[in-house]
Design a protein around this ligand. Sequence first.
Ligand SMILES: Nc1ncnc2c1ncn2[C@@H]1O[C@H](COP(=O)(O)OP(=O)(O)OP(=O)(O)O)[C@@H](O)[C@H]1O
Ligand SMILES: Cc1ncc(C[n+]2csc(CCO)c2C)c(N)n1
Length: 255
Amino acid sequence: MLKKNLLNLVTHWCPSNILARDGKTKKFCLIILNQPITHVDSFNRLWDNASFRFVADGGSNRIYDAFKHDQHTLARYIPDEIRGDLDSIRPEVRSYYESKSVTITKKTEQDSTDFMKCVALLKEKEKELGQIYDIVATPALGGRFDQTIASINLLYMMKDQVERRVLLVSDENITILLDKGAHQIHCQPELEGPTCGIMPIGSPATLTTKGLKWDMVDLKCEFGGMVSTSNAIDNDVIEIATDSPVVWTVEINLK
Ligand SMILES: Nc1ncnc2c1ncn2[C@@H]1O[C@H](COP(=O)(O)OP(=O)(O)OP(=O)(O)O)[C@@H](O)[C@H]1O
Ligand SMILES: Cc1ncc(C[n+]2csc(CCO)c2C)c(N)n1
């Protein structure tokens, strides 16, 4: 994997494209985690826009439970593979997906979460295909706080992979990591906003922004001091310059 070059380039983002219905979305791998699927419209959009759909262990129970009321609907959401330590998938869910010929693979390493095991699975597939895919994980960032932090940590672990972007989608937000440097985030008001946040989770960051309701100019942000939460998008393009990686989050708002 190439290391990100440190030239002073602007990185362009359009995170809400993953939820668009216009078919222009760059293809990505969807990883389904073990949290309730409550926002079926956005789940459905992510499912349809994905090239691969991998499920982390108990994520399979969540798809099954969300759609089991109707066999026809349930059969519309057949993933490519279920992977993990398999301590969470219920027997009837396993039987159902086995009956649909889904590959179910047990991996028991004790240093990686089932989410990370699905990322490793994608890397295997990419070696076969000679192509790199973005990753969208959902439902992410709710539930257990240690799992939430593990998912944020995964953003940090993947940040030097220049060809790949990782997006975490929770019930109400899309969350990404902006590496140090200059960024332009292209926003689509019919899909996202207005609230957003920029959080210096790994280390303090000095931020300059344009396009937010509360813009910052060379402002040092850090835990214990200023963290830009409950901010709002005030333009279709947000410009952000940061001297350290920061987490960007924006509210999903499907119209
Ligand atoms: N309570 C939770 N809160 C938030 N995320 C979760 C929670 N439980 C699971 N996840 C996410 O879903 C993935 C699959 O979960 P799984 O069904 O394997 O539960 P687990 O055995 O508790 O997770 P792991 O083995 O990965 O620690 C996890 O790797 C994690 O990313
Ligand atoms: C320092 C350290 N802390 C916690 C774990 C535990 N752990 C982290 S990921 C994982 C897999 C869960 O399916 C487990 C058990 C570890 N290995 N090393």
